[in-house]
Write a protein that binds this ligand. Structure first.
Ligand SMILES: Nc1ncnc2c1ncn2[C@@H]1O[C@H](COP(=O)(O)OP(=O)(O)OP(=O)(O)O)[C@@H](O)[C@H]1O
Length: 247
């Protein structure tokens, strides 16, 4: 079920044109959108999540076009978005917040409540289900946000810099989660860190200044590193080769 951007143009009022007729198709199980700060990664995911409206062009998912009013709700049910900023809802406990997100996506209250604990267990937060959501650490809040996205079992999960603020142990949890999640959903992860690149990703989109510099398999991306580059440096050097001074 591909998620497709066709000729998408978008400008922020203050900072000018970011995307100029951007055409891109996400079709692999797990895609990473890699790019330096300000490349447009969050905006791209925000558009895919329908939080941001493009000025022109079309986004579609399995033929559903969110710009068509009647298709918007069905599109949104299929897509889960974890934005960069995680918000704790004052007064809610962790499990309540996760269940609330499921309810917002159209689950019944009891279904949302039942699924919330499973979602929290998947991100290894089951033990903290009863804690006030505002009292989690930054890394735990990011994992709660992932649970929020998992609770309604969307077919696409969009994760904006999900590993920011995670310690190495939590990054491992995240990798396992992606490996498990890819069985039931297609995933887009954004990051600016080449050391996040991992065999869990099938597809690499490299973005800089709103333009796509690479759109293809992980191995073809890594293959851009100069010959003889040690395994651990390939992502970094391939990235430097594509983006060069532009980053
Ligand atoms: N609300 C806004 N108003 C004006 N300009 C914005 C706004 N949000 C983002 N921009 C600009 O749009 C460009 C792309 O920003 P975006 O946040 O999409 O990039 P990013 O790749 O996600 O960056 P980062 O890795 O820092 O999160 C940047 O130049 C940024 O300054």
């Amino acid at each position: 079920m591909p998620l497709v951007f066709e000729n998408v143009t978008f400008s922020y009022r203050r900072s000018g044109r970011l995307f100029d007729r951007l055409t891109l198709s996400f079709h692999d199980p797990v895609t990473v959108v890699l790019g330096p700060n300000g490349a447009g990664k969050s905006t791209l995911l925000g558009i895919a999540a329908t939080a941001i409206r493009p000025d022109s062009g079309r986004v579609s998912l399995d033929g559903l076009v969110p710009a068509r009013k009647r298709e918007l709700a069905a599109y949104r049910r299929r897509v889960s978005w974890i934005p960069q900023q995680v918000t704790a809802v004052p007064g809610l406990r962790v499990r309540e917040q996760v269940a609330y997100c499921g309810w917002l996506k159209g689950l019944s209250r009891s279904e949302a409540w039942d699924r919330s604990i499973r979602a929290l267990e998947r991100v290894e937060l089951g033990d903290l289900a009863g804690r006030a959501s505002g009292k989690l650490s930054g890394g735990q809040q990011r994992r709660m946000a992932i649970a929020q996205a998992l609770v309604h079992e969307a077919s696409w999960v969009l994760m904006d810099e999900p590993t920011a603020g995670l310690d190495p142990g939590q990054r491992q949890v995240f990798r396992r989660l992606i490996a498990e999640l890819r069985e039931t959903a297609q995933i887009i992860v954004s990051t600016h860190q080449t050391d996040d690149l991992d065999t869990v990703f099938d597809h690499v989109v490299l973005l800089a200044h709103g333009r796509v510099h690479h759109d293809g398999g992980l191995q073809s991306f890594l293959g851009m590193a100069p010959e003889g580059t040690p395994e651990t440096k390939r992502a970094e050097l391939a990235y430097a080769r594509y983006v060069g001074n532009e980053a």
